[in-house]
Write a protein that binds this ligand. Structure first.
Ligand code: MOS
Length: 729
């Protein structure tokens, strides 16, 4: 189904199931511990061998000698896989460094060996017997030091051009009566998902099946086939349940490749989980940024010049953190410039983490907006309202498909009690606590991706949906069931949803908050096709047929929908494909975050007291799971503001705090009260569902809202995240 004109009234608009809060249909499996995760697939392979990954102990250089003989003789060891015996490996589309290193080492903890043994303990024990001599080479590990050598990154569809410019930024900034020129930094972040990367691999002849934990089935399938040098049709990737991803599982990672190679070497199925201490350095992370922001405005608050430059680093061949993205779209201003610069760093591979670009970009921009409002003597909400735009400010002929940004700001201010905020910092004290309020804009783009699905209707009126869409804890199962229920008129209990299998039609997958809108639109398309076939078989005009209560009805003739399938089943498959609507219109999601926070005057300890998010993201398919997405994202934003930081050893080139004890994330005690309000909105430009992404909008702006609340509380402006208590000294 081609979606190239704005959606008109369609069956989804009946909103019998869609648009209502619905419990997760997979909830019972999750809460009883019976949802099958990759490392626990006892149901498909009873006695796999265990693989243990050895990571490189240098950041850059070569392996001079690799001796596995003692490990091979150790009890229970079946095989040791290294680059020496793995055969020739190709390279997929989505990895910067190789997933099995050696003799060249590209980053610290790059996998260099897999020890396969009868038990996990035997594999772990034998891995200590692998002798490696390295010849280390000097590397570049410090973004601040490398900043001067950074250059414009290549333009890609995701990152856009490295530089943009409208009008004359330099002269407008010089002439502006009120100006700000500040630099902000954000550190490297780790996804810190609960479930580590894990895979069970089994060969049957030349055909490979991997049960794994991956957000993008089709990417993983293609990259696994390309890396192994086998035909894609010989690879099956299965990932029905995922214990969190946040972008860390968008790509094929070492667990998958090594499990496949280990299973081949061992001649039997092998399972591999990346040990927790490997994850920060072996997998991808959100790259650190240095961001310079300049804003010039008239005394009435009208922005006349806005400039945003961002520096980040990555391995050779890697990409930038696109932290200037939102500044190209969020505020008006006749004269503007943005620039991204990329330095070569020999740290582990940087890549997408929840709301890549906007999450760290808004952490900087929205402090700058707060600082600028203060310089202007304006309320921060009013300053943002003053500079709203209904068109893409770099391409004024492009309107936003919908942009209720001002509504989010105003509603948030009202619900949060913003009028009670004292704009003078450090004026509110309760005992030992200095208390403040802060706010920030939320912004994240809405991406359109082709997405396919297949539906099977059986004679008993049950429906099965099959798509390779994944559920990374987000609620995909449920919103897909809701969509199919709405389209077919079947009760949701009659709908089975099967996800995360490369045998199913290729979907958008889970990433970039594009999953929900695109995947349900693919299911919409398949169900629309099914409706036509059902109507045809029952002798109904499909335009007139009404699908409700398990029946298909025209006038006073009503037939159970299952009768169309008779003894067999009706199979309908289709994909949503998009035309140029997202080129004609800029599609984005908007919101506002409000935070109340307090700082202990003696210790500098910061505490969040209240958080409110107002989100405008088109139709909200399931307000219950969407709320969970947003509060989870707000929690991640609080972590970014207050504690999350991969500490770089700039001499040896690795992240030092490589476990969940050293890499701190928020716990319940850090998050006392969260509220989420969704604006009642539909976007007919986004898809037939009229929905947009929301899962990443929830993190966008949170860091700055916390930072601004802490400034309002203390009068100390911290521009380097995370805002830990030492920064008040
Ligand atoms: Mo998201 S960072 O695209 O999983």
């Amino acid at each position: 189904m081609k979606f190239d004109t704005p959606a008109t009234t369609n069956p989804i608009d009946h909103l019998k199931v869609v648009g209502h809060p619905h419990d997760r249909i997979d909830g019972p499996l999750k809460t009883t511990g019976t949802a099958p995760y990759a490392y626990e697939r006892h149901d498909v392979v009873a006695e796999p061998a265990y693989g243990y990954v050895l990571g490189a102990a240098i950041a850059k250089g070569r392996i001079a000698r690799l001796d596995t003989s003692a490990a091979e003789r150790a009890p229970g060891v079946i095989a040791v896989v290294t680059a020496d015996n793995a055969g020739k490996l190709g390279k997929g589309n989505f990895n910067t460094a190789r997933l099995l290193g050696g003799p060249e080492v590209e980053h610290y903890h790059q996998a260099i060996a897999l020890v396969v043994a009868e038990s996990f303990e035997q594999a772990r024990s034998a891995s200590t017997l692998v002798k490696v001599d390295y010849k280390a080479e000097p590397g570049v590990f410090d973004l601040r030091a490398a900043r001067g050598s950074a250059s414009p990154p290549e333009e890609t569809a995701i990152s856009g051009p490295p530089d943009t410019s409208v009008g004359s930024f330099a002269s407008a900034f010089t002439e502006a009566p009120v100006t700000l020129d500040e630099t902000y930094t954000t550190p490297d972040h780790s996804h810190a998902m609960m479930e580590p990367h894990a895979t069970l691999a089994a060969w049957e002849g030349d055909a490979l099946t991997v049960w794994t934990s991956n957000q993008m089935i089709a990417w993983a399938t293609g990259d696994l086939a390309a890396t192994l040098g086998i035909d894609r049709s010989k690879v099956r990737v299965v990932s029905p349940y995922i214990g969190g991803g946040f972008g860390g599982k968008l790509f094929l990672r070492a667990d998958v490749l090594l499990a496949a190679l280990g299973a081949k070497a061992a001649g039997r199925p092998v399972k591999v989980a990346l040990q927790r201490p490997l994850i920060p350095n072996n997998t991808t992370h959100r790259p650190a940024t240095i961001q310079r922001i300049r804003i010039g405005a008239e005394r009435d608050g009208t922005i006349t010049a806005i400039g945003h430059e961002s520096w980040s680093g990555d391995l050779p061949g890697g990409g930038p953190e696109t932290a200037v993205g939102q500044t190209r779209l969020l505020y008006a201003g006749a004269n503007r410039m943005t620039a991204m610069r990329l330095a070569v760093l020999n740290l582990p591979e940087g890549n997408a983490m929840r709301a890549p670009g906007e999450a760290p970009g808004l952490m900087a921009l929205e402090i700058a907006m707060d600082e600028m409002a203060e310089k202007l003597g304006m309320d921060p909400v009013e300053f943002r309202v003053r500079n709203d735009t209904q068109v893409d400010p770099e391409h004024p002929q492009r309107p936003f498909s919908s942009r209720p940004f001002v509504e989010c700001l105003r509603l948030g201010a009202e619900r949060f009690g913003w009028s009670r905020r004292d704009p003078r910092p450090a004026r509110v004290r309760e005992g030992n606590w200095l208390v403040g309020m802060g706010m920030a804009a939320a912004f994240r783009n809405n991406l359109l991706m082709k997405s396919g699905a297949r539906v099977r209707l059986a004679g008993d009126g049950s429906l099965t949906v099959e798509t390779d869409m994944t559920d990374i804890g987000t609620g995909s199962y449920t919103i897909i069931a809701q969509t199919a229920a709405e389209m077919t008129g079947l009760p949701i209990e009659k709908i089975a949803v099967h996800l995360g299998d490369s045998d199913y039609p290729v979907s958008a997958g889970s990433g970039g908050q594009f999953g929900a809108n695109n995947a349900t639109s693919g299911v919409f398309a398949a169900c629309a096709k099914l409706r036509e076939e059902v109507a045809r078989r029952l002798g109904f005009n499909s335009e007139e047929a009404e699908f409700a209560g398990g029946q298909v009805r025209v006038g006073n003739r009503s037939v159970p929908i299952g009768e169309a399938a008779g003894e067999g089943e009706i199979v309908a498959e289709d994909a949503i494909e998009y035309g140029d609507l997202d080129k004609t219109y800029q599609q984005s999601t908007f919101g506002a975050h409000f935070v109340e926070a307090a700082v202990d005057v003696a210790t500098g300890e910061a505490r969040i007291r209240r958080m409110l998010a107002v989100c405008a993201a088109g139709r909200i398919i399931n307000p219950k799971s969407a709320r969970s997405q947003v509060i989870g994202a707000m929690t991640m934003g609080a972590g970014a503001a207050l504690m999350e930081e991969l500490a770089v050893d700039t001499r040896r080139g690795f992240f030092v705090n490589h476990d969940l004890a050293g890499y701190e994330v928020p716990v319940h005690a850090d998050i006392p009260h969260q509220e989420v309000i969704f604006l009642d909105e539909t976007d007919p430009i986004s898809s037939p569902m009229k929905a947009k992404g929301v899962g990443e909008l929830g993190i966008c702006g949170v860091g700055a809202a916390v930072a601004n609340a802490l400034y309002n509380a203390t009068g100390v402006r911290v521009r380097d995240y995370p805002i830990t208590l030492d920064k008040y000294l």
